[in-house]
Design a protein around this ligand. Structure first.
Ligand code: TNX
Length: 485
């Protein structure tokens, strides 16, 4: 049997009661209010898989899911309480998100594999809620494309760590990966054969496939955050539509990993017609509140053009009902109040992020030296880059987003995100190898109170994920920093 607190991310409050273990026997059933039906079905399915028992849904099961809408309004909708007693298990939360979070906790208290016998849940009470509302990861579909089945599988794997946002980097110099109504050449030309790094990452999501992924994410309480990278990183768009270059001359497709050479033209009206169309279409396909407009490494855009462009484009997110996120470079301009800079720098610099925080903006922390999942683990890593340094598991755990940047403390943080750029990653197996186990570290940083975190504890809880990842078919890195079970 597992220990009650043997969970990633570590819950806020864990009170074990050794006299209150619950035995999951052949007659067990699950009951829930109608609004909690989806999570209850999932829990019943999970118990069925593990034990082989029928585990029906009924009215008075020993395992109960409750929605307590009356509880404290200030509580996060992701908060939950899990009571395990000898005569039953009660999971309660103010909203379905919280029940889903509690389900992830319960899942880790059960064996991952089909043991086909009675199992015991450790007795006691867990009370839990997230430190930050935004706990994300980013997948770069532009340098190499991964299809809908891979993305769905990835959503499943990240959701077990209570990661609740998946940022999709949909466009870059090497490819354009989302069909945009009215601009068919974007994907016909720049999503097709020969695109991606070395021409090895072709493919794109149809509008329908993307919308289906958004809907799938909703069932796992993972919000999709689409990124259209502007005004740099646009070579693929310009290959498809030469009128988007400053001189209107065609440009060649690029499949190398250079950055910073392409830019939309700040003083051409065609630019804004294109950008507004794209933002309108993407916003229309996206149920979540965010739209990421990139803004990074616009090294071939003058500072003045960058300002002109961003000042005109940032309000378009709001016009189509979304809150803009952008890489921190965008903080060089006056931001609409709801805009969120995403900070990726290694060393603090006077780049406007602290000023934005001071004037009330929320910030997402993604420092490259701690959260970039595309960095190599160590010298022997077969995949990944190393420009931000090597990033072992301990190093990805032992830092805190609230002290990365003077002026951007706990109160200014919307949350934390671990980006995964895909220059060297050709398959979902490659993606998983880089993300796991480090994404588990970032997930705990985003959820667990800072004072409760410790590397020795995390390291031993992570060891349990050896067999768990294996059973899930996840291609994780068996880092020598962990004594894997
Ligand atoms: C920097 S950091 C980029 C990406 C690259 C990545 C590789 C940032 C916002 N942009 O264009 O893919 O480095 O690690």
């Amino acid at each position: 049997m597992r220990q009650l607190g043997d969970v990633i991310p570590l819950p806020v409050s864990v009170r074990p009661d050794a006299t209150a273990d619950f035995r999951v026997t052949a007659g067990v059933s699950v009951s829930a209010a109608p609004a909690a039906a989806a999570v209850a079905d999932e829990l019943a399915g999970l118990l069925r898989r593990v034990t082989g028992f029928p585990v029906p849904r009924d009215e008075d099961g020993a395992i109960r899911l409750r929605l307590d809408e009356t509880v404290d309004e200030a509580k996060s909708p992701e908060s939950y309480r899990l009571d395990i007693a000898a005569d039953g298990v009660t999971l309660s939360a103010p909203a379905a998100q919280g029940l889903f979070a509690g389900l992830q906790t319960l899942r880790q208290l059960l064996p991952e594999t089909a043991v086909q016998v009675e199992v015991v849940l450790p007795g006691g009470r867990i009370e839990d809620e997230p430190r930050f509302a935004y706990r994300g990861t980013m997948l770069d579909l532009a340098r190499h494309f991964y299809g809908p089945a891979d993305i769905r599988s990835y959503i499943d794997t990240i959701a077990q760590f209570k990661i609740n946002h998946l940022h999709l980097h949909l466009t870059d110099d090497q490819g354009w990966r989302l069909e945009i109504e009215g601009w068919p050449r974007l994907t016909e030309v720049s999503g097709g054969e020969g695109t991606g790094i070395d021409g090895q990452g072709p493919g794109f999501l149809t509008a329908r496939e993307y919308a289906d992924l958004v809907a799938y994410g909703e069932t796992r309480f993972v919000t999709i955050v689409p990124e259209i990278d502007l005004p740099g990183h646009v070579n693929a768009a310009q290959v498809a539509y030469p009128e988007l270059t400053c001189d209107g001359e065609p440009v060649q497709p690029r499949t190398d990993a250079e950055v910073g050479y392409s830019s939309l033209c700040a003083d051409k009206e065609e630019t804004y017609a294109f950008v507004e169309d794209v933002i309108r279409v993407v916003a229309g396909l996206t149920s979540g509140p965010f739209l990421h407009i990139g803004g990074d490494e616009a090294l071939s855009t003058t500072a003045e053009d960058y300002r002109t462009f961003m000042t005109r484009v940032l309000p378009l997110a709001g016009k189509y009902g979304k809150r803009a996120i952008g890489w921190h470079e965008m903080a060089a301009v006056e931001l609409p109040p709801s805009a969120v800079p995403q900070y990726w720098r290694i060393e603090p610099a006077d780049d406007g992020v602290a000023r934005a925080a001071e004037s009330g903006h929320q910030v997402i922390m993604s420092p490259a030296d701690r959260s970039y999942l595309d960095m190599k683990y160590d010298e022997s890593s077969p995949l990944g880059l190393d420009w931000a340094g090597l990033l072992g598991v301990e190093r990805s755990y032992e830092w805190d987003p609230a002290d990365r940047l003077p002026g951007v403390g706990e109160e200014s943080l919307l949350g934390v995100e671990a980006p995964l750029w895909s220059e060297t990653l050709r398959s979902l197996a490659d993606v998983e190898y880089m993300a796991f186990p480090r994404l588990a570290a970032i997930a705990e940083i985003g959820w667990t109170p800072r004072a409760d975190r410790s590397w020795p504890s995390f390291r031993s809880r992570l060891a349990e994920f050896g067999p768990r990842f294996a059973a899930q078919g996840v291609n994780f890195h068996r880092s020598p920093e962990i004594d894997w079970k």
